[in-house]
Design a protein around this ligand. Structure first.
Ligand code: B12
Ligand code: SF4
Length: 539
């Protein structure tokens, strides 16, 4: 059995981004848990979780968490294999630098990269000699075979789902691995290997911070193939589910072990099959489990009816996200979303009626869009406000590596793969730094349109339901969160000093933090509202 170190790089942040996310690394924790179950000695170095209050200037951006030298120092001297999780392409430059520094100290230890980015940009990643192998797509089985081969010194040429450099003779990409059908035999993610309490205390989950939140996965993959999404490339079109009662077992396990009381499903599309979500909800009720749970990733609406809305609400679902994406039928067709907007409107109405907080994902600036399309999206935003959506998350279109549109733009030489491109991908969550991929709109125009789109929605949402404004205001004052907007406002109040300095561009050479070091204000530090004994601010 081998000594395996799994590393999560620190988080890339821009100082003007809206809100922060601090979510335990799910994929890396799954890999660590599986390796441990197989009998390997596993160490996890979570670059973000080890110090979520530390911001350091790095290259053309900033990192949050421990620095590259600190990570290298923490690697156990006897490590035999190093696995690094690289979920996001915007994190590739820092991940690349990390591999280079590790290689200097551990030249003989194989470095394996897994996650969405190496799956999407395999050749670019392997063009760096500091990376030895890429694990493509779902990682558990592939990592098992690869580590076994490295341990025994046997050839890797027949291991499905890996890519590697062939002793100076180019890059070899082995055939894809079939998706794992049996998700129930996987161990739970190894949250005991990461600083989980820090994540719980900092209250920056994907959805609203309603308590001691943990992410959870009930299903993997998505049966659709939208061209702006990486799911088809990374997961194929197979939607594979866990047994709902095993998901409830996991919830109970985390409740007992970590006093978790809020679970956030990070599935690509959790509600695809009515039977699955009904069985899951009924199992929670049968066991009389009192938690809140949320669906912060956009879910499909084809099978979402009134019965589903009522049942999930009764079972503790407090927040749901739908993804209408665009009010333009042409744009929806162009990205192959295969969505009937009327289904989304109906699903949202049922959810609001059932007392669930509803969020909508909207995108503007798809490469083909005209002013007319965006006008239709503005119209749709007003309709969402009328129907009762509580909030929307509006992003500008981004050419995400791994999506079909990205490869087309790359082929047309509209993308140049340099650090500015990678780090710029984070502009999705930054109101100030927008990159337009649409020749009809400049960066600035699109940035302004996005702000107007937000104002358009919230003006009407609060006009139609003014009490919601006052409720949110009260929640922020009382440090409660019932939706993502309240989380973002709370987070921005915590970070105002850092944000202001970022906006003014005066974050370099701080006297109190040393050159290039940024400090956050302290109100985001664990506070008395979130006690380690498990009680929380849930209402
Ligand atoms: C949950 C999630 C998040 C969570 C964080 C999750 C976390 N901490 O792990 C939050 C909400 C924070 C988040 C934020 C963002 N996200 Co996100 N997120 C996801 C989502 C929906 C699910 C990921 C997941 O947990 N899946 C379940 C687990 C089991 O799978 P997995 O993580 O992929 O891990 C498997 C393999 O990848 C592999 N693997 C992973 N790591 C490793 C390591 C090793 C060593 C090995 C061998 C294998 C391996 O094996 C794992 C198990 O099979 C994915 C979509 C998707 N399905 O990939 C997008 C996704 C990863 N996110 C994406 C994006 C763009 C973002 C944001 C930039 C969006 C924004 N508006 O700001 C931010 C950036 C966050 C930041 N500041 O860095 C993109 C990334 C695309 C890209 N090429 O960069 C994705 C792919 C969605 C998409 N649009 O297509 N995200
Ligand atoms: S955008 Fe949603 S529905 Fe479309 S492929 Fe991605 S996960 Fe599936």
């Amino acid at each position: 059995m081998a000594n395996v170190t799994i590393i999560v790089p620190p988080q890339i942040v821009t100082l003007t981004q809206i809100g922060s996310c601090g979510v335990p690394p799910i994929g890396a924790s799954y890999i660590a848990g599986y390796m441990e179950k197989l009998g390997h000695t596993v160490e996890v170095i979570d670059g973000l979780g080890e110090d979520m209050y530390k911001y350091t200037k790095w290259g053309i951006s900033n990192v949050r968490g421990i620095t590259i030298p600190e990570i290298v120092n923490r690697i156990p001297r006897d490590t035999e294999v190093i696995g690094i999780s690289n979920m996001w392409s915007h994190a590739w430059p820092v991940t690349r630098d990390l591999t280079i520094e590790i290689k200097k100290v551990y030249p003989k230890v194989p470095i394996i990269l897994g996650g969405v980015n190496p799956t999407s940009l395999t050749e670019q990643v392997l063009s760096y000699p500091s990376v030895d192998y890429c694990v493509l797509g779902e990682g558990e089985e592939t990592m098992r075979e690869l580590v076994a081969a490295l341990e025994s010194g046997s050839p890797v040429k027949d291991i499905k789902g890996i890519a590697y450099r062939n002793n100076g003779n180019g890059i070899v990409i082995n055939p894809k691995r079939e998706r794992r059908k049996d998700l129930d035999s996987l161990p739970y993610p190894a949250y005991h290997k990461i600083p989980l309490e820090t994540y719980i205390q900092i209250r920056q989950p994907h959805g609203a911070g309603r308590g001691r939140s943990l992410p959870i996965i009930g299903t993997r993959g998505c049966p659709f193939s939208c061209t702006f999404c990486t799911a088809p490339k990374v997961w194929s079109k197979d939607w594979i589910t866990r047994d709902p009662s095993r998901v409830v077992d996991e919830i109970q396990y985390h409740m007992e072990k970590y006093k978790a009381d809020d679970f956030q499903f990070e599935d690509l599309t959790a509600i695809t099959d009515k039977d699955w979500i009904m069985r899951f909800s009924e199992e929670l009720m049968r066991r009389n489990i009192k938690i809140s749970w949320q669906l912060p990733c956009g879910t499909r609406t084809e099978t979402f009816d009134e019965e589903v809305a009522r049942t999930i609400s009764k079972a503790g679902c407090t927040n749901i996200t739908f993804a209408p994406e665009s009010g333009s039928v042409d744009s929806l067709r162009w990205v192959q979303k295969k969505l009937d907007l009327n289904n989304v409107y109906k699903a949202a109405r049922y959810s609001v009626k059932a007392g669930i907080t509803v969020c909508g994902f909207v995108v503007i600036g798809f490469p083909n869009e005209t002013k007319e399309d965006i006008k239709n999206t503005f119209k749709m935003l007003r309709k969402l406000a009328w129907i009762g959506f509580h909030e929307v998350s509006i992003t500008t279109f981004t050419a995400i590596p791994g999506s079909e549109i990205f490869y087309e733009l790359l082929k047309e030489k509209k993308v140049e793969l340099n650090d500015e491109f990678y780090v710029g991908l984070l502009c999705m969550s930054d109101l100030m730094a927008v990159t337009s991929w649409n020749s009809n709109f400049t960066d600035k125009q699109l940035a302004r349109l996005r702000v107007r789109a937000y104002m358009n929605f919230f003006f009407f949402a609060y006009l139609f339901r003014p009490w919601r404004f006052f409720k949110s205001f009260k929640n922020v004052i009382l440090k409660r969160q019932e939706n993502k907007l309240e989380k973002v406002v709370y987070d921005m109040l915590c970070k105002w000093r850092t944000n202001l300095k970022g906006i003014l561009g005066i974050h370099k050479n701080r006297k109190d933090g040393g050159e290039g070091t940024l400090l956050t204000t302290s109100c985001c530090q664990p506070d008395s509202l979130m006690k380690v004994d498990g009680s929380s601010n849930r209402t």
